[in-house]
Ligand binder design. Structure first.
Ligand code: HEC
Length: 116
């Protein structure tokens, strides 16, 4: 009996770990890397990352100086709908398709601004 309860709890823990908890607040870095959120890291490398065998060069490498030069307003527009400035882009329209909500987009921008 106890073994069954332990097994049920273990299964519940595995299921809970696989899904973002309701109302969970993810950091900009988590939003950037997580496959169930921005998954920006699938296409972009960041200046700070250690060299890796995996190449994420569909989009340009992202660095803080360039992000701050673009500015929050431009980044917000880009993350909301990159097709507005480039209809051919491969980058997903995070805001328009509600992949990220407005607060999440702001946290991703904070993360981009803080890149080296
Ligand atoms: C499927 C690939 C893909 C994904 C996923 C992706 N991007 Fe992009 N991104 C691109 C491409 C390609 C460009 C180049 C510009 C264009 O296509 O118009 C770009 C451009 C950018 C730029 C402008 C860079 C510059 O120097 O002008 C920023 C900033 C950016 N992406 C941030 C993000 C963030 C943040 C995410 C995740 C929330 C993300 N991207 C997800 C492909 C992607």
């Amino acid at each position: 009996m106890t073994r069954r309860i332990v097994l049920a709890l273990a299964c519940a823990a595995v299921a809970a770990a696989a899904l973002p908890a309701v109302g969970e607040t993810l950091s900009g870095a988590e939003l950037f890397t997580r496959a169930d959120k921005g998954h920006c890291a699938a296409c972009h490398e960041v200046a700070s990352a250690a060299p890796s065998a995996r190449r994420s060069d569909v989009g340009p490498k992202l660095g803080g100086a360039r992000m701050r030069a673009l500015g929050r307003e431009r980044l917000r527009a880009l993350l909301t709908d990159p097709m507005a400035s480039n209809p051919e882009t491969l980058m997903p329209p995070y805001g328009r398709h509600r992949i990220l909500d407005a607060a999440e987009i702001e946290r991703v921008i904070d993360y981009l601004y803080a890149l080296p």
